[in-house]
Design a protein around this ligand. Structure first.
Ligand code: SF4
Length: 71
């Protein structure tokens, strides 16, 4: 796999967040909008259990690059 474009999926059983590293411009919007869920220094870096699905969907919608999406 291309290390520069990793695709990861994180699910809470209701929604799945997809993150594509190659698209991420590291704007930090996700961290600012929902810091309890988006924790770049931790593994896994997206804590799906830390907020409601609605809050996560809203934060994902504010990602400027399209690196985050919902399935
Ligand atoms: S908001 Fe999107 S582009 Fe910005 S750091 Fe988060 S995932 Fe990356």
């Amino acid at each position: 796999m291309d290390k520069n474009n990793i695709k990861k999926e994180y699910s809470n059983g209701e929604i799945t967040v997809i993150w594509q590293s190659g698209k991420c411009i590291h704007s930090g919007n996700c961290v600012r909008n929902l810091h309890q869920v988006f924790k770049p220094k931790e593994q896994p870096w997206i804590k799906m259990e830390a907020a409601s699905s609605e809050e996560i969907v809203n934060a994902v919608a504010k990602c400027p690059s399209g690196a985050l999406s919902i399935k």
